[in-house]
Design a protein around this ligand. Structure first.
Ligand code: DHB
Length: 394
């Protein structure tokens, strides 16, 4: 027998989990199917900066208790170039909005635990997920690892929160779909190191050898990134090479020095921009990485995914409470307005801070002028700050 729910959600990442919580709060039932295991989704390292409204939303929904205890709240960031540090006072420039450092997988753990505690259904470890009749009576079919039997979930709507490689986006016919791409000729090597924090806020370093970012996880674990060749293999990055490169790219005129420690994790991240339009077809909606990718500079990915489902949950709420369809019909357009601004910001931060072999020396100098402008103009710094702490959701 087929199971039934109001909203069938594919994917238990930030978009799918926040959506399930938002729908639950509105009295709308949902089931999440996820192809990975709970352990895998709770252990995958991603970026770690939450926009102010994401933090507020977690608190408002009763999901923020551990975050408020364990996250790091910074009033700004440091931009370092020409071996000098410059503080950007995000809180001062935005009326008190802060930079919250709390890793994505910690958010995932909190959301999964709370969803299960509320009696929510998340089916992990499913294979062969497929979408059917999205223009009529939608169904999700999948094969749970445990039973091996194909199951059918009937729903009023399907929301694809299944990332770049999930089946949802592909279910929107090619003829109505437009995809926008940009791939960078560089990637990031990300590491975790057992070391004390480098500084009381994140440091974004523009250096002639390439970008470096000093972020944090806990008082004893730090998260650092180095611009690298996207074809590089972690085996090419010995611990010694990583530290030498981090020292070079973060050194200052006043002799500041990064403290080393054992490296416990290494991974390489590709960098690209991607947007797929529209984000709806029939009774299928897509959200988060299923619809768009930002390069990691500025850590917008999770926040953008959550913003999508805030817009969508309001529209679903209006539909179920009042029979209104206008917000549902406007979902794609409403979400894309904010998405393109986040794409712009991530692209801007990425171009300004990295060395791009495909660019001329003229462009390199323009990026330095941009940094110099940022530290000398309150208007420019405010524009950076309001994007960094998070644009409003319309
Ligand atoms: C982190 C990642 C980012 O891309 C960023 O801009 C800031 C912090 C992080 O993983 O901590």
């Amino acid at each position: 027998m087929a199971a039934r729910t109001q909203v069938g959600i594919i994917g238990a990442g930030p978009a799918g989990l926040f959506l399930a919580h938002l729908l639950h709060r509105a009295g709308i039932s949902s089931v999440i199917v996820e192809h990975r295991s709970r352990q895998a989704i709770e252990g995958t390292l991603r970026a770690g900066v939450l926009e102010q409204w994401t933090v507020d939303l977690m608190n408002e929904m009763g999901l923020g208790e551990r975050m408020m205890r364990e996250a790091h709240f910074h009033s700004g960031i440091t931009l370092r170039f020409n071996r000098q540090s410059h503080h950007i006072d995000m809180a001062g420039l935005t009326g008190g909005k802060r930079v919250t450092v709390y890793a994505q997988h910690e958010v995932i753990k909190d959301l999964v635990a709370a969803r299960l505690a509320h009696g929510g259904e998340i089916v992990f470890d499913v294979g062969e997920t497929s979408l059917h009749d999205i223009e009529g009576k939608p169904e999700i079919r999948y094969r749970p690892h445990q039973t091996g039997e194909i199951e059918t979930l009937r729903c009023d709507f399907i929301v694809g929160c299944d990332g770049q490689y999930g089946p949802s986006r592909q279910a929107i016919p090619d003829a109505v779909r437009t995809e926008y791409h940009k791939t960078y000729p560089f990637g990031w090597l990300g590491i975790l190191a057992d070391a004390p924090p480098a500084h009381h806020e994140l440091i974004y370093n523009n250096h002639s050898r390439g970008f470096a970012l000093l972020s944090t996880r806990t008082p004893t674990v730090q998260r650092y990134y180095l611009q690298c060749d996207p074809q590089d293999n972690v085996a090419q990055w010995s611990d010694d090479r990583i530290w030498a490169e981090l020292h070079r790219r973060t050194e200052t005129v006043d002799g500041w020095k990064l403290t080393e420690g054992p490296i416990t994790q290494k991974g390489i991240i590709a960098m690209r921009c991607f947007v797929s339009e529209p984000m709806q077809h029939g009774r299928l909606f897509i959200a988060g990485d299923a619809a768009h990718i930002v390069p990691p500079t500025g850590a917008k990915g999770l926040n953008l995914a959550v913003a999508d489902v805030v817009v969508l949950s309001r529209a679903l709420d209006a539909h179920y409470r009042k029979g209104a369809t206008d917000l549902l019909e406007a979902y794609s357009e409403t979400a894309l307005k904010r998405i393109w601004k986040a794409e712009r910001f991530s692209w801007y931060m990425t171009s300004m801070l990295h060395r791009n072999k495909a660019e001329s020396s003229f462009e390199q100098r323009v990026h330095l002028a941009e940094l110099d402008y940022l530290i000398s103009s309150r208007a420019a710094a405010t524009a950076l700050a309001e994007n960094y702490v998070g644009l409003p959701i319309n």
